[in-house]
Design a protein around this ligand. Structure first.
Ligand code: SAH
Length: 210
């Protein structure tokens, strides 16, 4: 019998995340804890801990575990952080963020995906996640500013309104580009300037206009 897939999670953390250079113990613990198999469709449960993204319906995907770890590591999430996530999707990354931060505000455009994510995350008893159906390009002004913003769909350029909703000394990570080639950018908002660092090439679904 499997012990709720803990062995699979240990393998995932060791070989996919730690061996690729991510060492933050709190981050690794969050990946050991969150049951990724609960966030995938039933017929993909056997692949839940493998090293790639998986379909979640509506032409969307749950991101590869390493990509989620890499992006969150770059954000250097702190326990007191208020986070805005664009693209709730399966809710898996939302759960990892909720393990590490104080509050997570997550936005989705597809109602059905949001409903599935709410069901899973409520069954896991998270109480620091706030959900909204709205256009990610507009952010969620009501609770701004955010210490960290993470975007898991690719816009063509940095959405200016999201930079506005970022706190001073806040960080945002976002894949920028067209359908086939995007780069992750780490945006750091300082008092008098906004810094943009280009990171690795990635492939996300495009961020749609609502
Ligand atoms: N982190 C999620 C990624 C899901 S894929 C996971 O691992 O499950 C990206 C998600 O972004 C999709 O669910 C898609 O519907 C959503 N999305 C695309 N454009 C958006 C927009 N403008 N605003 C909010 N969400 C958007």
């Amino acid at each position: 019998m499997n012990n709720n897939y803990l062995d699979e999670r240990k393998q995932m953390v060791k070989y996919q995340i730690e061996n690729r250079g991510i060492r933050n113990p709190k981050l690794l613990d969050a990946f050991l804890k969150v049951p990724r198999h609960e966030f995938v469709e039933d017929n993909y449960i056997g692949f839940a801990y493998s090293d790639h993204p998986l379909g979640i319906g509506h032409n969307q995907t749950i991101s590869q575990p390493y990509i989620v770890a890499y992006m969150i590591d770059k954000l250097a999430v702190k326990p007191e952080d208020k986070i805005l996530e664009i693209g709730t999707g399966s809710g898996y990354q939302t759960a990892i963020l909720a393990e590490l931060a104080k509050e997570v505000y997550t936005i989705e455009v597809i109602k059905h995906l949001q409903e599935n994510a709410i069901n899973v995350l409520e069954s896991l008893n998270y109480s620091n996640i706030h959900f909204s159906i709205r256009d990610g390009y507009e952010g969620w002004e009501e609770f701004a500013p955010y210490d960290k913003i993470i975007i898991s769909a690719a816009p063509k350029e940095v959405p200016e309104e999201l930079v506005n909703q970022l706190a001073i000394d806040g960080k945002m990570i976002v894949p920028i580009g067209g359908h086939f080639l995007q780069y992750l950018y780490l945006i750091e908002k300082k008092k008098n300037q906004t810094l943009k660092h280009k990171l690795d090439a990635v492939r996300f679904v495009p961020m749609v206009k609502k």
